[in-house]
Design a protein around this ligand. Structure first.
Ligand code: NAP
Length: 523
């Protein structure tokens, strides 16, 4: 397999950086599959080009026209879906199922925003709420409106979703009327690069609307201006570094941070073995632990189980997890591939040691030799699946403070009281999603209301939705994605809510017919 040089698409053209480049590996074989280099590329000029050419072109389009463009992007990606899936297997260590989760997630999210944008018709700005009488008579009128920001939307993305991570941000920004610059994580940038090649080749977007930084960001963020928006997904530490950048603070540049998250699953005391709610719980928690080798920002890390059910849950979960074959993700019988990078492997190993202080391993063996199916001995960033049981759920230190970004989770016994469950969930100091599995309305209501302030999304699973849900791990375009505290305090998607991050809200005040004419409410 040859190594592909990853270029950047800046100022409307592809440029290879000068320098040796950073190697991108196949995490199964450790063979080099690509090299990324941004040295010598004028990123400041690229930002200026995007603002000038891309921004102007996009703002001249109506919402419906922008939506059509987003729909064409979805179609263009669908045409190269198989190539992108193969690339995710090769550069991301993803099984085909994992790869589809990312690629189809990207295609579907773009398609969903194309549909949403169509409903906004030929407007270019949006009215926010109803008009308001501001003076003694209705002559002096007020109306809030949203207009597209005139800068560029820069996305700095994590390694685990090279396709969807771009699409979920780009759909919102493009619909708002902002050009976008995508900087994927370098380690898995090959998928993002091939995705971008397809988009550029399809010629769906005006010049300057789409730009791509294929490698290190270098001075990219130093050139952000007041009308720009930065959207970051990645580790909490990088998020904090970016947030603290003097230049961004001085210019009040909005930064949306999607960071790490100790997502929780809460099993209600009413849930019996053999029930639909229990089956859903076991299915979703074991899927979350192993899908994308646990490298999913929404994956369940803490599993709160009533004390009386703990042994049953350990037995049932263990039986499911034991069936998952670890190995070369290109093989159909393999259910879980390697971690994406050597650094990831080292981080997970370090995290697993920390979790040992809080409890015992009840499934898996961190120290046993792994023989990955179809793998080469001694090669690849493979890690076993580990299930822990906390000694003391409330007193556990690392379980509630350290995200082990791999196929690892901890069962935390609790009394079955919904208030206690909410308090324990809150020990994670903010998450992207928390799930409740129960058919008891009273338990669900109390748990959901207690948990909601700690999380961006509460997923309620039970018998009534057994066949109707994709589980808490799937981010849906019409629901918000993000969370308070540890999760970064950001918010994306959620239909039009995500679009508003790329628009400025302004209160118009004046003579009513003029205000209403500007805001598009009257002809
Ligand atoms: P990371 O190491 O923080 O890197 C994220 C991105 O930041 C990469 O593109 C990286 O570029 C870039 N970066 C690093 N330092 C930078 C700097 N000083 N200036 C500008 N950019 C910089 O995170 P990761 O390991 O890729 O991702 C794993 C983490 O992401 C996990 O904690 C996970 O929970 C979180 N995550 C959250 C969500 C969510 O939606 N909340 C989704 C997915 C992942 P290089 O790769 O070139 O270094």
């Amino acid at each position: 397999m040859s190594s592909e040089r990853i270029e950047s698409y800046i100022s409307g053209q592809w440029s290879a950086g000068s320098g040796p480049g950073v190697p991108l590996l196949n995490p199964t074989t450790e063979a080099e599959v690509g090299r990324a280099e941004t040295g010598g590329i004028d990123l400041a000029a690229g930002l200026a080009f995007a603002r000038r050419e891309g921004g102007r072109a996009l703002r001249s389009l109506t919402f419906a026209e922008r939506a059509a463009l987003i729909g064409q992007m979805s179609t263009a990606l669908h045409k190269v879906r198989e190539e992108l899936i193969d690339t995710s297997v090769e550069n991301g260590g993803c099984t085909r199922g994992d790869a589809k989760f990312d690629i189809d997630g990207a295609i579907g999210t773009l398609a969903a925003y194309a549909e949403l944008g169509k409903t906004l018709g030929d407007a270019r700005i949006l009215a926010d709420g109803e008009g308001i009488q501001l003076g003694r008579s209705p002559r002096f009128w007020g109306q809030h409106v949203y207009t597209p920001k005139t800068g560029v939307a820069v996305f700095v993305n994590a390694f685990n979703f090279p396709a969807w991570g771009f699409a979920e941000k780009a759909a919102c920004a493009l619909l708002a009327g902002m050009p976008v610059v995508c900087k994927p994580a370098t380690a898995t940038a090959l998928t993002a690069y091939r995705m971008f090649k397809a988009l550029v080749n399809a010629e769906v977007a005006p010049k300057g609307a789409l730009s791509f930084v294929g490698g290190a960001p270098r001075d990219l963020l130093d050139h952000l201006e007041v009308q720009d928006v930065l959207a970051f997904t990645g580790s909490a530490s990088t998020g904090q570094t970016l947030r603290a950048q003097k230049h961004l603070i001085e210019k009040s540049i909005p930064i949306n941070v999607e960071a790490d998250s100790l997502n929780a699953a809460v099993l209600g005391p009413d849930v019996e073995l053999g029930s639909d709610a229990m089956s859903l719980f076991l299915r979703e928690v074991s899927k979350d632990m192993t899908q994308k080798t646990g490298q999913k920002c929404t994956a369940t890390r803490r599993i709160f189980v009533p004390e009386a059910r703990v042994q049953d849950v350990i037995a049932e979960m263990s039986a499911r997890l034991a069936e998952i074959k670890i190995g070369d993700p290109a093989l159909t019988e393999v259910g879980m591939g390697p971690l994406a990078t050597r650094q990831q492997l080292e981080d997970v190993r370090a995290g697993v040691k920390r979790l040992r202080e809080d409890g015992e391993v009840v499934f898996g063996d961190a120290d046993a030799a792994l023989n990955p199916v179809g793998g080469t001995a001694g090669k690849g960033f493979f890690h076993p699946i580990l299930l822990y049981r906390a000694k003391n759920s409330a007193a556990a230190r690392w379980v509630h403070s350290h995200e082990v970004f791999g196929p690892v989770a901890t069962i935390c016994p609790y009394s079955g009281d919904p208030n206690e469950a909410a308090e324990l969930v809150g020990l994670g100091r903010g998450s992207l999603v928390a799930s409740i599995y129960s058919d008891d309305k009273s338990f669900i209501e109390r748990a959901a209301i207690g948990i909601a302030p700690w999380t961006g999304r509460v997923y309620i699973g039970g018998a009534k939705v057994f066949d109707h849900t994709m589980g808490p791990g799937t981010v849906l375009p019409l629901s918000v994605h993000g969370g308070p505290g540890r999760a970064g305090g950001g918010e994306e998607l959620g239909g039009m809510r995500g679009v508003m991050h790329y628009m400025q809200r302004t209160a118009l005040q004046g003579y009513r017919p003029i205000v209403e004419s500007i805001s598009g409410q009257k002809g």
